[in-house]
Write a protein that binds this ligand. Sequence first.
Ligand SMILES: [Zn+2]
Length: 112
Amino acid sequence: MKCPACLSPKLVQRTRNLPYTYNGETTDIPKVSGQYCSACGESVLDATEAARVSAAMLEFNKQVDTAKGKAIATRHTSRKVTPELPELSDDMLARAVLKRGSDARQTRALKR
Ligand SMILES: [Zn+2]
């Protein structure tokens, strides 16, 4: 079997942690079994592992979105706070997030 990315024949069956990056945050998806290309690092997974990995990725995406949503709220509040305006309302935070991007999940997280 050849690597689908670089066509190197150097695929090795291994179990390793698969690094995954989303939105600037990195995680390791633990113990992913599959064929790994020793030339370029591409991984070729069977259907079961691929499904598990994509579920783990989606879960991580959610965590990152939630964390970023909180970070945006915190940052926004601390930057905009003045002695005259100690706190922004939830409504203002929600609108600030809407302006930043169209990620509805972030908006829901903030409104909760
Ligand atoms: Zn490769």
